[in-house]
Design a binder for this molecule. Structure first.
Ligand SMILES: NC(=O)c1ccc[n+]([C@@H]2O[C@H](COP(=O)([O-])OP(=O)(O)OC[C@H]3O[C@@H](n4cnc5c(N)ncnc54)[C@H](OP(=O)(O)O)[C@@H]3O)[C@@H](O)[C@H]2O)c1
Length: 334
């Protein structure tokens, strides 16, 4: 597979590379990095030919956007596309916050985040994002994590984004979250160009095959697949790494660890890197435009490109199917 192939997002004019860059890690998930290291991650990605970055106001309470913006200074605006997200508002609290238990960057200290999909906040949030990023237009804006907030998202945030899109202020309207069900409701209720589906279409779980992915194909909504390493375990392996054995930002449950161990055994039999299998598997679904693996290390940005180029024997996929480790109706990489 060519990780740098350009594909269109929905019916928009935007074209993104099949391997793009997730920037949540640059907001300091679990442990912070220096500004310089974050800039190096972004620059490595752009220098390698990646043209699409996914960030959010939430990531480190603005820290990811600030660092992405600093890294982008001086780079021609037409050479990359950028997505951010709205729907979380920060509130200052006296002292370290619950939020800072997950996000370790300076921006995450002394703030709590609350959902806010009101039109007023969404407009202000977009202005704040543009300021932090140091740019004057956004390519993609997602409604972020409206899990329990369908009405607020559709009545508050969506009309603002829809209007900005029709005025050409933003290029595409999306929603980003960790579940398929609400994205199905949103797809039916609005005119969306793309969704960021995090962790729910991976080599470990494919529930999105039932309804969301066929609906997106039918409505020409592109999926940007996030969390294709399920936020850690498929990259670190079942033994874990410095962040532990992470699955969806939490300690992986035993059933998930056992499943990954079975996959690792199959991968070893066929000399396959499970990270390559995880990345190529997500990209094989025709609704998936791109993946956005996140990392704090510049060299891993390059690894994530190479992993998509790696050859994976058909016998490996056949073994995963035959052992019910992946669903039989999941499209396989060619
Ligand atoms: N609600 C939403 O909209 C939502 C939710 C989740 C994610 N997302 C998007 O999806 C992106 C990716 O998700 P994610 O960061 O949660 O999870 P992910 O991409 O599944 O996994 C990231 C983890 O994998 C490790 N990793 C990355 N490349 C690696 C490599 N080549 N070798 C070994 N380890 C590697 C990273 O560790 P190191 O940093 O140590 O390399 C990091 O801890 C986010 O950045 C964000 O843009 C959106």
């Amino acid at each position: 597979m060519d990780p740098l192939q350009h594909v269109r997002l929905g019916t928009t004019e935007l074209e993104v590379t099949r391997v793009s860059l997730g920037c949540a890690t640059l907001g300091g998930v679990y442990s912070d990095i220096s500004d310089e290291q974050a800039h190096a991650v972004v620059r490595t990605a752009l220098n390698a030919g990646i043209n699409f970055l996914d960030t959010a106001a939430l990531y480190g309470a603005g820290t990811s956007e600030l660092r992405v913006g600093e890294a982008l200074r001086g780079i021609p605006r037409d050479s990359y596309a950028l997505a951010t997200k709205v729907g979380w508002r920060f509130e200052h609290v006296p002292g370290p916050s619950v939020f800072s238990q997950t996000w370790d960057s300076p921006g995450a200290w002394m703030v709590e985040c609350v959902h806010d999909y009101s039109a007023d906040w969404v407009e202000r949030s977009l202005e704040n994002s543009l300021t932090r990023l140091g740019i004057d237009r956004l390519d993609v804006v997602h409604i972020h994590d409206p899990d329990e907030h369908f009405e607020e998202a559709m009545e508050g945030a969506y009309p603002v984004l829809d209007r900005f899109r029709s005025q050409g202020v933003i290029g595409a309207v999306g929603a980003g979250m960790n579940q398929s069900e609400m994205l199905v409701r949103l797809a039916r209720a609005g005119d969306f160009d793309c969704f960021l589906l995090a962790g729910r279409y991976t080599i470990l779980e494919q529930g999105a095959l039932d309804e969301l992915l066929p609906l997106c194909l039918q409505k020409r909504i592109s999926i940007i697949a996030g969390g294709t390493y399920n936020s850690g375990i498929l990259a670190s392996g079942s033994q874990g790494g410095p962040d532990g054995v992470r699955y969806d930002y939490m300690e992986a449950p035993p059933a998930i660890v056992a499943k990954v161990q079975s996959m690792e055994a199959a991968a070893a039999r066929h000399a396959v890197d499970l990270r390559a299998a995880a990345s190529q598997f997500a990209l094989a679904h025709p609704a998936v435009a791109c993946i956005v693996p996140g990392t704090r290390r510049p060299e891993r940005v390059l690894d994530n490109l190479e992993l998509v180029r790696a050859e994976i024997p058909a016998a490996f996929w056949e073994e995963l199917r035959a052992s019910d480790l992946i669903r039989s109706d999941a499209p396989l990489p060619a």
